[in-house]
Write a new protein. Sequence first.
Length: 143
Amino acid sequence: MPVRLTSEELRFMALLHDITGVSARDCIIDNENNSIIFIVPPGTAGIAVGSKGRNVRRLSKILGKRIEIVEWADDLENFVKNIFIPARVLGITLNKTPDGRRILYVKVDPRDKGIAIGKNGRNVSKAKLILRRYFNIDVVSVV
């Protein structure tokens, strides 16, 4: 299922490119957490973030929202690892319920559980938004 971008998302992607030189694959506006999530090509997250986070801070100041950069991966497991960085993801399990819902269990190092969940569940919410968009996953649970 192709991703459709709004004109606002396209504007944000153009701004990311102007500031960082990185062309985003996607942009997701998360109004609930007052953030913008950019999905960037593999190997470009460091460039997008910038030295000591300079690019992210600049974008955040311009847009008035929290900026998050996630590196794309073609397979689900590596994409999940990228979403939850810096938490160490040990493995994932995808289950389907009889009613057709898809539930993803993300096993993380016990020392990283708080980081993986994030303040007020922000990282789980981010993962759910991204994974619903690309892999049609309904529930994300950190274990």
